[in-house]
Design a protein around this ligand. Structure first.
Ligand SMILES: Cc1ncc(COP(=O)(O)O)c(C=O)c1O
Length: 150
C-alpha cells in the first residue's frame, strides 16, 4: 500500500540538495562550532558561510540571520524579541486562539510580563481570524501575529 504523507507543516522530508550539502557535516565535519580545535573551527566557518548565503538570498545582512534548533525556539525568540524591542511603541499583542502552543505559551508568558494580549476567536473555517480589527483600533499598537492555520 502506498503511503501519502500529509503533515509537511509539522515536519518534512529533507530536500536531496540540502541533504547532499549537509552530509559532510553529519558524517565527517561534525565539530562543535564553539570549540577551538580545527574540526570545530571548520564547522564554524561552514555555519558562517551558510549564514552569508541565507542573507544573500533574503537580501539582508548576515548578522540578521539566526539559526535555531527548532520551530518553538524560533517562535519564542521572534515574538519576545519583537515585543521587547518595540515595547516603547506598543504593549498590545494580538494572536489567535488556534496558534501553535509555542506561540500561545510565549504570548501567555509575555502577558505575565505586563503585555496586553488579545487571543482572537476564529470562525468555523478557522479563517478570518482578524476580521473586525481595523487599523487604528487601540491606537495602532499591534504586533500582529498572523499565522495561516495549519
Ligand atoms: C508555528 C509552529 N511553531 C512551532 C512548531 C514546533 O516546532 P518544533 O517541534 O521544531 O519546536 C511548529 C510545528 O508544527 C509550528 O508549526
Amino acid at each position: 500500500m502506498e503511503t501519502i504523507y500529509f503533515d509537511n507543516a509539522a515536519t518534512t522530508k529533507i530536500k536531496t540538495e540540502v541533504l547532499n550539502e549537509m552530509m559532510p557535516y553529519l558524517s565527517m565535519e561534525y565539530g562543535n562550532a564553539s570549540s577551538l580545535y580545527s574540526i570545530g573551527r571548520r564547522a564554524k566557518r561552514a555555519i558562517e558561510n551558510a549564514r552569508k548565503q541565507v542573507a544573500t538570498l533574503l537580501n539582508c545582512n548576515s548578522n540578521e540571520i539566526y539559526f535555531t534548533a527548532s520551530g518553538s525556539e524560533s517562535d519564542n525568540m521572534a515574538i519576545k524579541g519583537f515585543a521587547y524591542d518595540n515595547r516603547d511603541k506598543g504593549n498590545h499583542i494580538i494572536t489567535s486562539k488556534i496558534e501553535h502552543p509555542a506561540v500561545l505559551e510565549t504570548c501567555k508568558n509575555l502577558e505575565k510580563q505586563g503585555f496586553e494580549v488579545s487571543f482572537i476567536n476564529v470562525d468555523e473555517n478557522r479563517k478570518n481570524k482578524f476580521r473586525g480589527i481595523k487599523k487604528g483600533d487601540k491606537t495602532n499598537n499591534y504586533f500582529n501575529k498572523c499565522y495561516v492555520c495549519k
